[in-house]
Design a protein around this ligand. Structure first.
Ligand code: HEM
Length: 179
């Protein structure tokens, strides 16, 4: 997992819960990196999982809810870092259905070692989209947060329903209906 995902995560934790919480979740995790991350480095996904678990235990907020809020923050990071990628799109349905064949393809060119999910488009119309998310990392709520913000970016909203195809969350169907 890319360092930028860790650095932005810890910054958000500091913003919302304070520096003490950052120190607390780092020291109660068993991190190969020692909790020192640089934006361009690459780190083990298990470190993110431990940090999320510790934060969840300390705050009583579920990991899914933490990932949702984190993704909403991460969207503005992506927007500022890759403005050109977003400018290609005029419509949220178009953008979300292009993650697999365009957006994450470009991401992989920048970071060849990025750990990305796949999004298979199952059904698409002007105002609705069904995609299947697949990833061993089961970060479907991170996807949900990014999708929410994608609609907001285009001054729109949507009703998004998640249907787990596998209990462990590694395969999830997203049913998206633009309002
Ligand atoms: C992960 C880039 C849009 C879904 C990532 C990562 C990057 C990235 C850098 C981290 C990879 C790693 O740590 O190795 C981008 C850029 C986007 C974009 C530049 C737009 C300009 C989206 C959107 C969605 C999405 C709109 C939602 C549908 C995800 C998910 C992950 C991810 C769910 C977590 C990894 C996983 O589940 O396996 N993306 N992304 N991305 N992205 Fe995107």
């Amino acid at each position: 997992m890319k360092g930028i995902v860790f650095t932005e995560f810890l910054e958000l934790v500091e913003d919302k819960f304070g520096l003490e919480m950052v120190d607390n979740i780092i020291s109660s995790s068993n991190l190969e990196s020692g909790g020192v991350y640089t934006a361009v480095g690459t780190y083990n996904f298990s470190e993110m999982l431990q940090l999320l678990q510790q934060l969840s235990t300390n705050t009583g907020i579920s990991i899914d809810d933490l990932l949702l809020v984190y993704a909403e923050h991460f969207f503005s990071v992506l927007k500022d870092s890759y403005p050109g990628l977003l400018e290609t799109y005029k419509d949220p349905i178009e953008m979300i259905s292009s993650i697999e064949n365009h957006i994450h393809v470009e991401v992989r060119k920048i970071y060849p070692d990025a750990e990305l999910p796949t999004f298979e488009v199952v059904e698409k119309s002007e105002n609705s989209l069904i995609v299947i998310y697949r990833s061993s990392r089961a970060m479907h709520h991170f996807g949900l947060g990014l999708m929410n913000k994608t609609f907001e970016h285009f001054n729109s909203t949507a009703n998004i329903v998640l249907e787990k195809l596998k209990e462990d969350g590694t395969e999830v169907k997203f049913l998206i209906n633009k309002n």
